[in-house]
Structure formats: structure tokens, C-alpha cells
Design a protein around this ligand. Structure first.
Ligand code: AMP
Ligand code: GLY
Length: 427
């Protein structure tokens, strides 16, 4: 069969890579893809982005099903467009994608359905926002309502910073329409984890647990980024925490969406803050919902998949996810992101990349911002590569990944040297 994957990041390279390994797959098209998917066996890039044109492509090329990677096409309604043409596609409808595309929608939904999250209020008027900040005090978190590519959240340590963020978003329109409405919420403490499940509207299939590293620099310093590395499993999500997240967050979310008449199909990603304390009682709160897999979490998660993902996606698009199962490699997978010079502000593009080692069963370099032109691979985005390894322990996996990282060269490359540190310490 032939498949279509939509997106151009490391997440989409990892999804296409895993799908292409199925004996049942003849070819995976990636729209628009990157330098890595261009080099992949059984895959090719197609330069189409318009949802209707992609649906036409899927019809004329007899695509068995389509998997959508990023949030933007989902928020645009690509799933609705495909379904209207009778095409199979895995992702949420535009209405269901509001769990990610509007923080205010997500917060109101969580309150309505008793899903634990930080106390909040939503504002369009800067004056009332300032008054709220003064009454709540710092630290406090200011979030643009709409999609902001990971740049819409300010964790303000002082009231001054919070006021400034409100002035920028509501006053100066620094985030455009995404910031015309802001959610202001209580600042939560604890350890973050990414909890991702597949859902067919009714049934839920959890993916392996993972943890991302949002800050640019070692020891979680520097600005927030889309994610500088990730690993799976995340030890903070013990069996007890896993069961609690399913019961306290995921099941009520899927049931709530059904009850609200907008059943959720696709990947549901709950970004969690897990407070300190005993697993049975420590607080679990939702920081955000994403309606897609995480990037870079997908890369280590896909490394650990031992089942045929084509079977799993088939169940997902046919509403029989209760019959699907994923066998996970018990080893740790860990991915180190290599980013371009000046990321995350204005990444420099066009640096030539050399030294990428050939893929092996325990180390694969997934591409994100790369482009292959006349046989030369160069940087074309902020996050360039995610070097992902698999081994028995976190330390061994880290070592394996960093060996490959040190072999890869491009001018201005930035990467953290401590991916996985939380999983190394005593716990
Ligand atoms: P979000 O896009 O909502 O995940 O926010 C991006 C990052 O901001 C999260 O991964 C957290 O590190 C941080 N963050 C978001 N909301 C809160 C909160 N209520 N308290 C503390 N940190 C937060
Ligand atoms: N790595 C965080 C995200 O994909 O949103």
C-alpha cells in the first residue's frame, strides 16, 4: 500500500521511517518532507501544501491512509477536507483540534469536565489583565490563546515581566491574532512529562511515555524552544502515575469530547506537570493539550516501536483501536536535537551538514530543518537533526547518541549535552 505523511519535521521523518519498515508498505509520500525523507528508501517528498490539493493527490495515488504530523494543517481543517472526500486520515477534525488551537477552549473544556489544570482567567482587555496579575502576584504564566509555534507562553517570575507580556500580546499585538486573547494562569511546580495516546473517537491506545527538554541550554537554562531533546520511557511516569493519568486526565478528556459532540480522533498529547510527593497523592495537572504527537518526543517513541505501525493506524482510522496493540522495546531511546546557529530567535540557514552516520538498528539520525539539493545536505530550519539512539540504560543510550552527535558537523551547531539528565539521577 501507499501512505501519505503530512509535515516536514523530525516527527514526520520518524513516522515515515517507522511506517516504511512495514512489509505491507510499498511507498510513503511525505508532504513536503525534508532532506532526510528525500534520502529515505521507499519514500519521496511531494511539494503540495493546500489541503484540497493533498486530498486530490491521495485520491489519484490510491493512498491507503494519511497521517498528519503538525498542528497547523489540523487547525486548518485538513481532516474535514479528506473525510468529505471519503479518504482515511488520522488526526482530529478542526473542531476537535481546538484543544490545541485555542488555550481558552482547552481551559474551559477542562473546567467543564473536571480535568485537573491550573487556575486561570481569560482576557482580551489589557486593563483587566493587569488588575488580575496584581491580585494574583508572581510567578504567574501568560499564554497567547492561539497557535504560536511554542513561543506563546511566558512564565513570568516577576509581576513586571507578566505586565510586560500582557502589554506585548494584548497591547502591541506581538503575537498577532494568536495573542489577541490571553490566558493567565497559576504557575505550577514539579516535573513535566509528555503523555501521548492514540484515539479513534472512543478507544484509547497509550504510546510509550516520554519527556522533552524545552530550554535551549544545559541544566534547563536559556530560552524556551520547540524541544532540544527527549527520551522514552520517562521514569517519573510510574505505573501508578500512568494509571492515574489515564483515569484523571485522558479518559475524561475523550469522554468529554464525545459528550460535547466533537469526538476526538488522532494523537492526543497531554503536557503534564507532576507535583512532588508520593505517587498515589502527588498532584497531576494538565499544562496544555496538543492534538498531535510531540516533536522531538516522536523520534525516541518511534525507535521503541516493535509492532507494525501500519496495522495500528489502520485500526485507528477504522475505529477499532481497541483491537490494536503496540509492543515496545524495553530499552531506553533518547534523541538529541542539533539546532542551527541563532535558534530559537532567527535561525541561520544554508550551512552544509556532513558526517551523518548511516542508520543502524540502535542509532538513527532523524532530519528536521534540512534540505537536499544537488546531492548537498544543508540546514533549512531552526531544529536541524534529532540524533536518536537506543540502549539498555539511560547512560549507555546517552553515550551512543552523543558519539553520533560529535561526528556530525555544521557551522554554528547548537545542542545540549545533558539530554536525559532527570532520568539519570537517584529517584
Ligand atoms: P505550553 O505551550 O502550554 O506547554 O507551555 C510551554 C512551557 O511553559 C511548558 O512546557 C512549561 O514548561 C511552561 N508552562 C506552561 N504552563 C505552565 C504553568 N501553568 N506553570 C508552570 N510552567 C508552565
Ligand atoms: N515537544 C513539545 C511539542 O511537540 O509540543
Amino acid at each position: 500500500m501507499k501512505l501519505l505523511v503530512i509535515g516536514s519535521g523530525g516527527r514526520e521523518h520518524a513516522l515515515a521511517w517507522r511506517l516504511s519498515q512495514s512489509m505491507r508498505v510499498a511507498h510513503v509520500y511525505v508532504a513536503p518532507g525534508n532532506g532526510g525523507t528525500a534520502l529515505m528508501q521507499k519514500a519521496s517528498n511531494i511539494l503540495i501544501s493546500d489541503p484540497a490539493a493533498l486530498a486530490e493527490f491521495a485520491i489519484s495515488n490510491h493512498i491507503a491512509f494519511t497521517v498528519v504530523g503538525p498542528e497547523a494543517p489540523l487547525a486548518q481543517g485538513i481532516v474535514d477536507v479528506f473525510r468529505a472526500k471519503g479518504l482515511k486520515i488520522f488526526g482530529p477534525t478542526q473542531a476537535a483540534a481546538q484543544l490545541e488551537s485555542s488555550k481558552d477552549f482547552a481551559k474551559a473544556f477542562m473546567v467543564r469536565h473536571n480535568i485537573p489544570t491550573a487556575k486561570y482567567q481569560t482576557f482580551t482587555d489589557p486593563l483587566s489583565a493587569h488588575v488580575y496579575i496584581d491580585s494574583e502576584g508572581a510567578p504567574i504564566v501568560i499564554k497567547a490563546d492561539g497557535l504560536a509555534a511554542g513561543k506563546g507562553v511566558v512564565v513570568a517570575m516577576t509581576a513586571a515581566e507578566a505586565h510586560q507580556a500582557v502589554d506585548a500580546m494584548l497591547g502591541d499585538g506581538s503575537m498577532g491574532t494568536a495573542g489577541a486573547r490571553v490566558v493567565i494562569e497559576q504557575c505550577l511546580l514539579g516535573e513535566e512529562a509528555s503523555f501521548i495516546v492514540m484515539c479513534d473517537g472512543k478507544h484509547i491506545l497509550p504510546m510509550a511515555t516520554s519527556q522533552d527538554h524545552k530550554r535551549l541550554k544545559d541544566a534547563d537554562q536559556g530560552p524556551n524552544t520547540g524541544g532540544m531533546g527527549a527520551y522514552s520511557p520517562a521514569p517519573v511516569v510510574s505505573d501508578i502515575i500512568h494509571a492515574r493519568v489515564m483515569r484523571e486526565v485522558i479518559e475524561p478528556t475523550i469522554q468529554g469530547m464525545q459528550a460535547d459532540g466533537i469526538p476526538f480522533t488522532g494523537f492526543l498529547y497531554a503536557g503534564l506537570m507532576i507535583g512532588d510527593g508520593d505517587d498515589a497523592t502527588r498532584s497531576i495537572k494538565v499544562l496544555e493539550f496538543n492534538c498531535r504527537m510531540g516533536d522531538p518526543e516522536t523520534q525516541p517513541i518511534m525507535m521503541r516501536v516493535q509492532s507494525d505501525m501500519v496495522d495500528v493506524f489502520e485500526h485507528a482510522v477504522n475505529g477499532t483501536l481497541d483491537q490494536a496493540k503496540i509492543d515496545w522495546d524495553p530499552r531506553t531511546a533518547l534523541g538529541v536535537v542539533m539546532a542551527s546557529a541563532n535558534y530559537p530567535s532567527t535561525p541561520r540557514l544554508g550551512d552544509v551538514i556532513t558526517g551523518i552516520p548511516a542508520a543502524r538498528s540502535d542509532c538513527v539520525v532523524f532530519h528536521a530543518g534540512t534540505i537536499l539539493k544537488d546531492g548537498v545536505l544543508s540546514t533549512s530550519g531552526g531544529r536541524v537533526l534529532c540524533v536518536t539512539a537506543l540502549d539498555d540504560s539511560v547512560r549507555a543510550t546517552q553515550q551512543r547518541a552523543y558519539e553520533a552527535v560529535h561526528a556530525i558537523k555544521f557551522d554554528g551547531a547548537q545542542f545540549r549535552s545533558d539530554i536525559g539528565w532527570r532520568a539519570l539521577g537517584p529517584r
